[in-house]
Write a new protein. Structure first.
Ligand code: F6R
Length: 620
């Protein structure tokens, strides 16, 4: 996601900050900024929308700013459009000259609206749409109210805010100090002779030092020239061990993983949690989905006659899963279409219908065209998009953002997983508003969603077994993925993951459809991977597996713990935890992503950059 760099030392800070930010470009960003404290104690702030080059140009590669202490940031928009105003650093006042505190932040402050309302009551004014401005102003508020040291003001802020953050702030009346705090968002402090650095990620400072402290959750750090101190939230000092980084820059960017794809697979629990937290509000007694930020009124939800989902590739697969869940829970008819087909088939759309466009990038040409087609026909549109400010996000009537963060590997994993979550959220809320589920069921579904991240972590414990299986089938030619209902939707994604990064030929079929033609392809040694997570359809899929087995197929299965009788039929089984059947796709897809990844690895391919593919398909 966003990137943070900070420096305090004896050299000019700006060139070091820019160099550090450029090492974080791989994480994706839409704007950048830096603040330097000059010798008179004043802050100088420069921000730019777009590429870092803009910031380099505006500051003459940093040479135009003088001062030996500063903080820098690359922003990936989550609250508010990508713009110079929303870019970090953010200030405690309305003007840099009148501001006593300036800060940068990674992560998401979930209760920022509540905090903003409180600060507005106290007379604070806001110039941006960001949660970060709220965070900086909250530190300022406590700092002044209690006339306390920075450590205490930050601690009081940490107690009040919910969410994840890595925060770096400078206080006007504490020269030569940078303060930092962290919860669930990485942060390191680097030390070298007379110089101290702060960064959200190791590559930013590797050029200057390999000696770092890892800031842990709910810890506060104070950086001074050549030294750093660490504190608990109660201002108790913490002793920390200096760690020597032995990786090179490229390995550091990947967080120790061999490929970004694996890193992103592991980021899925966090991405899901962030997406849930962005629309689910906890009022103390219960959790409720709050679509007020999306703007779709309950009256409109009640009147929807038909939903049309248009998307491409994996986003279309997420739409397939959403179709099953929305129809089952909300009882609204859903039709899912490939955007490239939808745009040209002169669709007949009901005026009370809702067209949902799903897209990670928000820039896919066919999906944009499908959106425009729907708008031209006067039908309301809702976008499920990952990139804030993208074309689809800007043009749709309503936007539900996924909070996967930037995805670097071409093959999507974490964005797809958050698209599934967005589909579930719509299904649950539409069902509730339309009176299809009661309070008890509503609370149950929401709690099941919150249980998914930990269950995904559990699946990661089975990685070795999946890697062994992929190695065994390294020379496989044909793979068939089968499943019924939601398991079919997930099979489509499993098959695409495998073919796009390992180049093994694979197809996904609705299990009941095989014998209408494709079963003629099954012969000795053909690999058939079945997904069985829907209790009502378990036996039906087993029958289809048996039909393949009698024709010589090697059977593998993905199912939930407890269904051990599957081992009578399948030769290899990967188990996942149990969840409500509507949400099982979020679990069964994980072993499928891992299988595709490990097959690519076993074949010596580059999992991040498969041949012939682009991350964002902006042409037809
Ligand atoms: C597959 C993959 C693609 C995208 C598709 C749509 O791993 O990433 O199939 O899902 O190109 O892209 P977006 O979601 O950006 O519209």
């Amino acid at each position: 996601m966003c990137g943070i760099v900070g420096f305090v030392g004896r050299r000019d800070a700006a060139p070091i900050l820019l160099e550090g930010l450029s090492k974080l470009e791989y994480r994706g960003y839409d704007s950048a900024g830096l603040a330097v404290r000059d010798s008179t104690g004043n802050f100088e702030v420069v921000k730019a929308k777009g590429k870092l080059k803009e910031l380099f140009d505006k500051t003459d590669s940093g040479k135009a700013l003088h001062g030996t202490m500063g903080i820098g940031h690359t922003r990936w928009a989550t609250h508010g459009e990508p713009s110079e105003t929303n870019a970090h650093p953010h200030i405690s006042g309305m003007d840099v000259k009148d501001s006593d505190i300036i800060g940068v932040h990674n992560g998401i402050i979930e209760n920022y609206m509540e905090m903003k309302t409180k600060l507005l009551r106290k007379g604070y004014k806001f110039y941006s749409d960001t949660d970060t401005e709220v965070l900086v102003k909250l530190v300022d508020y406590y700092y002044k109210k209690y006339k306390c040291p920075p450590c205490e003001a930050i601690a009081k802020t940490m107690v009040r805010v919910k969410g994840s953050y890595a925060l770096a702030v400078m206080f006007k009346d504490h020269p030569d100090e940078i303060w930092a705090a962290r919860k669930d968002s990485p942060m390191i402090v680097g030390i070298s002779d007379n110089e101290t650095f702060i960064a959200s990620d190791v590559p930013a400072i590797l050029k200057y030092t390999r000696n770092v402290y890892y800031v842990d959750n709910m810890e506060i750090a104070c950086l001074k020239e050549g030294s750093a101190e660490f504190f608990t939230i109660d201002s108790e000092p913490i002793e920390k061990e200096l760690v020597e980084i032995t990786w090179d820059t490229e390995a550091a960017e990947k967080g120790g993983y061999e490929y970004f794809m694996m890193k992103e697979i592991h980021e899925q629990p966090r991405a899901i949690l962030d997406t849930l937290n962005s629309v689910i509000k906890d009022d103390g007694d219960s959790k409720k989905i709050d679509f007020s930020g999306i703007g779709i009124p309950d009256e409109d939800i009640k009147n929807i006659s038909q939903i049309y989902i248009a998307a491409c590739g994996s986003a279309w697969h997420a739409g397939m899963a959403a179709q099953y869940v929305i129809e089952d829970l909300a009882r609204v008819p859903v039709r899912v279409e490939l955007a490239s087909e939808f745009r040209y088939r002169k669709p007949i759309l009901d005026k009370n219908g809702l067209v949902i466009i799903i897209s990670q990038s928000g820039e896919t040409a066919d999906s944009i065209a499908a959106l425009r087609e729907a708008k031209e026909k006067g039908v309301k549109t809702l976008a499920i998009v990952n990139v804030v400010g993208s074309t689809i996000a800007r043009e749709a009537d309503y936007v539900l953002y996924t909070l996967a963060g930037p995805e670097i590997a071409v093959a999507t994993t974490k964005a797809y997983s958050t698209q599934l979550i967005a589909g579930y959220l719509l299904a649950i809320q539409f069902a509730y508003v339309r009176g299809m589920i009661d309070d008890e069921k509503y609370a149950y579904y929401i709690s099941e969603l919150y249980a998914l991240p930990d269950k995904i972590e559990k699946i990661f414990e089975t990685k070795d077994k999946l890697q062994w299986f992929a190695a065994k089938f390294v020379n496989v030619h044909d793979v068939f993925f089968i499943g019924r209902n939601l398991d079919y939707a997930v099979s489509l994604e499993g098959s695409l993951k495998m073919k796009e990064i390992s180049y093994a030929h694979s197809e996904a079929y609705a299990a009941g459809e095989l014998k209408h033609g494709t079963i003629s392809m099954i012969e000795g040694g053909t690999l058939v991977i079945s997904v069985l997570t829907q209790p009502e359809l378990f036996d039906k899929t087993i029958s289809n597996m048996s039909e393949c087995k009698t024709r010589g197929a090697y059977l593998a299965a993905i199912t939930a713990y407890g269904h051990y009788d599957i081992e009578d039929t399948a030769s290899f089984v990967s188990y996942v935890p149990t969840a409500d059947p509507h949400f099982m796709g979020s679990l069964s897809v994980i072993p499928l992503q891992l299988l595709g990844y490990y097959l690519s690895l076993a074949r010596g391919l580059d999992a991040d950059k498969p041949r012939n593919l682009a991350k964002s398909v902006t042409v037809e």
